[in-house]
Design a protein around this ligand. Sequence first.
Ligand code: URA
Length: 213
Amino acid sequence: MRHAARDPDLFGTESLTDLHKEAAHCRACHLYKDATQTVFGEGAAHAPIMLVGEQPGDKEDLAGKPFVGPAGQVLDRGLDEAKIPRNKIYITNAVKHFKFVLRGKVRLHQKPNTSEIRACRQWYERELLAVKPALVVAMGATAAQCVFGKITPIGKNRGHLLDLTENTKALVTVHPSYLLRLPDADAKAREYAHFVSDLKLAFEYIHHKEKAT
Ligand code: URA
């Protein structure tokens, strides 16, 4: 099938609404079989910032919206502290179906593998072309792998803007779920503060860029 990530004639012509509809029927990997639905990105159509997470969790799979569960609450708090209004940005995931194993009645999150990340990458690429953000923030290793098209360690690349395309910078940070999983309260507070400082860097970059134009 022709799509804007591969076909220069289609660059910038696909709307998010059309992409969302098409993605609802995605069969590019096997994950659609057990998930409730495709969870596509959402937010401002021409947002200056695109946030990329890993994949929908249990709550997102049921709601059909990204970051509405516990990780979403951490993200919302961080965005608030960094003065980034959620409705002014675009939020999506590297993988658009929930991957899980059943343990009794509980659906336990499973990390997507490289072939699932690759199969789903066309949607991120096409969202990127439609939204044209000035900055992409990759949260966690799966998001960083999707955004850069290769394994990109968070620790080494964190704290500064990276070149993504001619007009787009990227920033990597941890995933909000990582903060939820930390058992130690001090480490949790420290890592959360670091996450917020990454989001503040995103805010500063966009703020200065918008002031300059
Ligand atoms: N974790 C993610 O990476 N994305 C979501 O939408 C929810 C949890």
